[in-house]
Design a protein around this ligand. Structure first.
Ligand SMILES: Cc1cc2nc3c(=O)[nH]c(=O)nc-3n(C[C@H](O)[C@H](O)[C@H](O)COP(=O)(O)OP(=O)(O)OC[C@H]3O[C@@H](n4cnc5c(N)ncnc54)[C@H](O)[C@@H]3O)c2cc1C
Length: 186
């Protein structure tokens, strides 16, 4: 089981945490609940006809906690690369290590990406590959932190899920799917 720290509790971070914790990983989310979702009225999230962004966040946070992730009300203030992983400091003086780090805190997470030596584009977004892996091994950047110019909730959630599947696949040493099917009748 890998230890994974997710910095940020918007759609990107919560989606990453959901997929990782559902699949048996040890996940902690640092959360401040200052997401722009609180200003949104979702009419464009496929499968949801109309929902306030705040209501979306309430459901998503509960779903993530029910899946086994720890959602902690704490601000990640510093991060460094350690031997084979990361160390993250919080504003309350705590320090935790992780095997993987997922930056999902929107634009404020760009500073943490800089501290960790991740490359950035001219527009400010963190450089990522198709799996949202940064130029630093085991460091991922999802949602607005990587794509600040074209931000939509469903895109952030998809990015978080993509990064999670990549981490799960790395840990398993093969491509992993997170698929469920309804129980068969009879
Ligand atoms: C007025 C308005 C209306 C919008 N309407 C829509 C809409 O209708 N449909 C739509 O798809 N999108 C809409 N959006 C955009 C949508 O809100 C964003 O695309 C989405 O919130 C991005 O999600 P994210 O997870 O990438 O980042 P964010 O939502 O920015 O989430 C980042 C989270 O991480 C936390 N955080 C940051 N740094 C730290 C740290 N160091 N430690 C701990 N926590 C941290 C923040 O407090 C925040 O809760 C709207 C935005 C605005 C401003």
């Amino acid at each position: 089981m890998a230890r994974i720290i997710v910095v940020g509790d918007g759609p990107a971070g919560l989606a990453a945490a959901l997929f990782l914790s559902r699949n048996g990983q040890d996940v902690v989310v640092y959360a401040q609940d200052q997401t722009a979702m609180h200003y949104a009225l979702l009419n464009n999230y496929l499968g949801i006809t109309r929902l306030s962004g705040t209501d979306f966040q309430v459901v998503a946070r509960r779903q993530v906690a029910d899946a086994g992730a720890q959602v902690r009300e704490a601000e990640a203030v510093a991060a460094s690369v350690t031997d084979g992983g990361f160390s993250v400091e919080t504003a309350d003086g705590g320090t935790e290590r992780a095997d993987y780090l997922v930056l999902a805190g929107g634009k404020p997470s760009q500073r943490l990406a800089d501290e960790l030596g991740a490359e950035r584009r001219d527009g400010g977004g963190v450089v990522v590959d198709t799996e949202y892996a940064t130029t630093v091994d085991r460091l991922y950047a999802v949602g607005r932190v990587a794509r600040p110019e074209r931000s939509q909730a469903i895109i952030s959630a998809g990015a978080g899920a993509t990064a999670a599947i990549d981490i799960l696949s790395r840990e398993a040493g093969r491509d992993v799917h997170d698929w469920d099917s309804p129980p068969k009748d009879g």
